[in-house]
Design a binder for this molecule. Structure first.
Ligand code: FE2
Length: 279
């Protein structure tokens, strides 16, 4: 029997799923319903879940192999689980700017599964932006031009000594990326391997410049795209409760973790599913 229900949370993307207990193995029918909701809504939320580390990983593994983050140290005994913590004394949060996870890899992450352990009573929401919509709303001339471009992605800025993510070393074990950190070229417009839809694929955190151009030459158009791709009408905003698991598709979304809960603690656990080379 399939008693899964799917409630969209905004006009642009995002849906809450109920009728699923992630601490149990999903039947194929349940898995197919969840998978379809994931493709249809790009980010899905399961509230009131009680899952162990192994159950978190087991659910993620149904979508692919698990990633071990090159800079953020995983948990002892569970290297695939990243603890994302902001202590009351911390000023900087992790993920506090628009980005898509791991676009600095040759094969960027398919998706991320973030499980809320402890959240402030108010604040600490996350926003997502639909990158299919970002592409679809461009003019035909811009689509055509961007369709021919590739961009260089690197962790150089974000994970360097002064980078935003590397500043999280207070309560998280984040390594500093050296000068030898690799760069990879990805198409500016990528085709989603499962839905066949086109999505804009540049992000402020990891996209350095267009391939074959200087950063200075790239910046005016990149700035336009960074603003365009996260405009209000493409977004949803989710208010967390402890025990919620969010699963988003990094191939067609960006997200932003708000840092508006100074003096309070927030503790999340992330498992990341490996993806394939964008085309
Ligand atoms: Fe992120």
């Amino acid at each position: 029997m399939n008693d899964i229900s799917v409630q969209p949370i905004s006009g642009a993307l995002g849906a809450e799923i109920s009728g699923v207990d992630l601490s149990r193995d999903l039947s194929n029918e349940q898995f197919n319903a969840v998978h379809q909701a994931f493709l249809d809504h790009q980010v899905i939320f399961f509230r009131d879940q009680k899952i162990s580390h192994d159950q978190h990983k087991a659910f993620a593994r149904r979508f692919g192999t698990l990633n071990i983050h090159p800079y953020v140290k995983g948990m002892d005994g569970h290297p695939e689980i990243m603890q994302i913590v902001k202590e009351p004394a911390d000023k900087v949060n992790f993920g506090g700017g628009w980005h898509t996870d791991m676009s600095f890899l040759e094969e960027p992450a398919l998706g991320s599964l973030l499980y809320a352990k402890e959240v402030p009573s108010v604040g600490g929401d996350t926003l997502w932006a639909n990158q299919y919509l970002a592409y679809d709303t461009l003019s035909s001339g811009m689509k055509e031009m961007l369709g021919r471009l590739k961009a260089i992605h690197t962790a150089k800025g974000e994970y360097s000594e002064r980078g935003h993510s590397a500043q999280k070393r207070g309560s998280m074990d984040v390594a500093v990326a050296g000068d030898d950190v690799p760069s990879y070229e990805h198409p500016v417009v990528r085709t989603h391997p499962e839905t066949g839809r086109k999505a804009l694929y540049v992000n402020m955190a990891f996209t350095e410049k267009f391939a074959g151009m200087t950063r200075r030459e790239s910046l005016p158009l990149l700035k336009f795209l960074f603003e365009h791709c996260t405009q209000e009408g493409f977004t949803c905003r989710f208010r967390w409760t402890a025990g919620t698991l969010a699963f988003w598709d990094n191939r067609c979304t960006q997200h932003f973790a708000l840092n508006d809960y100074q003096g309070k603690r927030r503790h999340m656990e992330r498992v990341t599913v490996n993806g394939d080379k964008p085309f």
